[in-house]
Design a protein around this ligand. Structure first.
Ligand code: FRU
Length: 493
């Protein structure tokens, strides 16, 4: 195919895919589990956020998308934009598989994950062309656009081969610019160790392989999906989604990047999010210099994948990433989200006796937010339970527990409703202490818990049968002081 035939075929496939989404969207939109203020596909399947970028005054969020069903399949890039990271507007699909290195016989093919950059007024997407059974299975491709809506694929892959035939996986390119040179990090693995491969380029076309910039220590997964390496607060951070790692589905590493040697040296390694439904996180740098992170608020293998609701998948709320002096990362929901706030209630300076339950209700039980600060330091409470989404008969509830002596937080979703049982735990970093601050967002079938300004975060999907707003607070074994509590009903976007 010559270039214009290629472009025409791409336009045709995008048009067909958009029509399929629009035909299915009425059914999808009336589903009882639609979220109120998180990004979801209008219809069809969604996984990883892709191509996060701030371009010409708008935030662009592309995503892994199967427009033809609510199951994963041949991957397209869905596309949504926002001026404020809160209100999102869906645009036509940006990428559809059309090339030999994107099209296959089975479902295992398409335009897989990647990133976006702005250069000389153009928006360029870098992504992986993947075809199961083809040799090579994965290549890195590019597509550019002037208006940020219609993308022209480059005539051939920018990286047609993995640097090492023994690598398993060669995908999810993330591109950024450092001191006038372009860098690309790609997810891979070899001999049981996940790896991040580094390339550099002067012109975004010819890419030179610099080597493995970081790799698993042997316990951090055998293939690293969706690596993202970026400067933050004077150092660098690498975030990744390890495959087959015991006990973690996401990791971050903070440390030093030596660009000349192509080596990233991690100093602190920890989980980004302690909940079960956080994967393939990606970041962007905005015009205010903020490093904003969005992840897929789901996971591979969730039992809800087998439901046929006409749509599947959602993104986390956007969070600003901050590097703390001890090298740990904090994630703070962006302040723009305050625009969602509706009716509120607040309380301050209240002594809560051990064994007694204090309750508050919200007007809207589908979407709400609250922030509570507790002083547990001089009191005898050995445990603080905060119960959300409790059904009248008590059979359903989602419980956040704090154990002050151990600095331990637990998010217990074992009785949250449908779906698998899920209980997650985390210990606060040593630098994070009293008072305890909890900032929680509930949206129809999700909960995001930010502890002490994002020092620890839990993200979980929950599927309660009945939504009940508000919360119940119960200290055990002694009193705590509720320094302040603010609860808001949140508007839908
Ligand atoms: C991560 C991932 C990526 C891949 C994409 C395919 O969730 O497996 O590695 O590019 O999803 O949809």
């Amino acid at each position: 195919m010559n270039i214009s035939e290629q472009a025409q075929e791409h336009m045709k496939q995008i048009h067909l895919a958009d029509e399929a989404v629009s035909a299915a969207s009425d059914k999808a939109k009336s589903d009882e589990y639609r979220l109120q203020y998180h990004v979801m596909p209008p219809a069809g399947w969604m996984n990883d956020p892709n191509g996060l970028v701030h371009f010409k005054g708008e935030y662009h969020l592309f995503y892994q998308h199967h427009p033809y069903s609510d199951k994963w399949g041949p991957m397209h890039w869905g596309h949504a934009v926002s001026k404020d990271l809160v209100h999102w507007h869906h645009l036509p699909i940006a990428l559809a598989p059309t090339e030999p290195y994107e099209l296959g016989e089975t479902g295992g093919y398409g335009c897989w994950s990647g990133s976006a950059i702005e250069h000389e007024g153009e928006l360029t997407l870098f992504y992986t062309g993947h075809v199961d059974g083809r040799q090579p299975v994965e290549v890195q491709c590019a597509a550019s656009s002037v208006d940020g809506i219609v993308f022209r694929k480059h005539p051939s892959p920018v990286l047609p081969n993995s640097p090492d035939e023994e690598n398993v996986g060669f995908r999810d390119p993330k591109v950024w610019c450092h001191e006038g040179t372009w860098y690309m990090v790609i997810g891979s693995g070899k001999a049981g160790k996940g790896k991040a491969l580094l390339y550099r380029s002067e012109d975004l076309e010819k890419w030179e392989y610099m080597g493995v910039t970081a790799e698993s220590d042997g316990t951090q997964g055998d293939m690293w999906e969706c690596p993202d390496l970026f400067p933050l607060g004077g150092g660098h951070a690498l975030i990744l989604s390890p495959m087959n790692m015991e006990g973690a589905k996401n990791l971050y590493m903070t440390g030093e990047m030596d660009y000349a040697a192509g080596q990233f040296t991690p100093q602190v390694v920890a989980k980004l999010d302690h909940g079960p439904d956080f994967y393939a996180a990606q970041t962007l740098l905005d015009d205010q210099g903020r490093r904003i992170l969005i992840a897929w608020m789901d996971r591979w293998g969730s039992s809800m994948v087998n439901e046929s609701r006409g749509w599947y998948g959602a993104m986390t709320l956007p969070r600003e990433l901050l590097l703390k002096p001890d090298g740990t990362l904090a994630q703070v929901p962006v302040p723009e989200l305050e625009k969602l706030r509706g009716n509120s209630e607040s309380v301050s300076g209240m002594l809560l006796e051990g064994g007694q339950t204090a309750s508050w209700k919200t007007e809207d039980s589908q979407g709400f937010e609250w922030i509570a600060e507790f002083d547990c330091a001089d009191n005898a409470a050995y445990q603080l339970d905060i119960t959300l989404l409790a059904s009248e008969d008590g059979s359903e509830a989602t419980v956040i527990t704090y154990i002050p002596k151990e600095s331990k937080l637990i998010l217990d979703c074992n009785r949250s409703g449908r779906g698998e049982v899920q209980r997650s735990e985390a210990i606060l970093p040593a630098s994070s202490g009293e008072p305890l601050k909890l900032h929680v967002f509930v949206d129809r079938c999700s909960i995001e818990v930010f502890v002490n300004d994002g020092d620890v975060v839990f993200t979980s999907r929950i599927y309660p049968a009945v939504m009940s707003g508000g919360l119940q607070i119960k200290p055990e074994g002694g009193a705590v002081i509720l320094q302040s509590l603010n609860i808001w009903s949140l508007n839908r976007i």
